[in-house]
Design a protein around this ligand. Sequence first.
Ligand code: ITT
Ligand code: NA
Length: 186
Amino acid sequence: MRVYVVTGNVHKVAELSLALKPFGVELEPLRAEKLEVQSESLEKIALVAAEHLPPLDKPAIVEDAGLFVKALNGFPGPYSSYAYKTIGCRGLLKLMEGVSDREAVFRSVIALRMPDGSIHLFKGEAAGVITEEERGTGGFGFDPVFRPRGSEKTFAEMTTEEKNLYSHRAKAARNLAEWLVRRAKG
Ligand code: ITT
Ligand code: NA
């Protein structure tokens, strides 16, 4: 089964493709605008983006994700993309200087729009901690400063395969795939 994906982030495509492959779901990047409204809810952001996709002959997905840091009351959360571009990993570590509670959660919401216009949301979470310093060069965004629970490595020290064992995005993708497979079987 082929599914369009609309994102400007090539790392997302790589991670999602790898997670979906075992289910026989293949992603096809589509050059369309991803409308990004400002909201405190990832669900709302993903939903509105899916609603604004052009009419398509195949299922299509958009994803919205964010890093929620407990000691910062959930910041940067839905503003993660902007926070990454402005203060980056260094700025986040600065905000966390001297903070002992380093718990954080990555959240992902995938919105699937079917050709009939119906929209379905799938979620995934990865709990972990904000590290004391940047580690690793893989991945993207806040990967160098996030270590998922159960691992000694940050996301940036992992291969895509390893990151997908823990990541919010891979979990959301597997939820999506299970739904698509169930539906295909009738
Ligand atoms: P698109 O909107 O085009 O899909 P984006 O990178 O802007 O791509 P988001 O709007 O979902 O994606 O922004 C989420 C931001 O949160 C992203 O830019 C990263 O800084 C951060 N982020 C999300 N998932 C991440 C991950 O798996 N690893 C590291 N940082 C992540
Ligand atoms: Na974005």
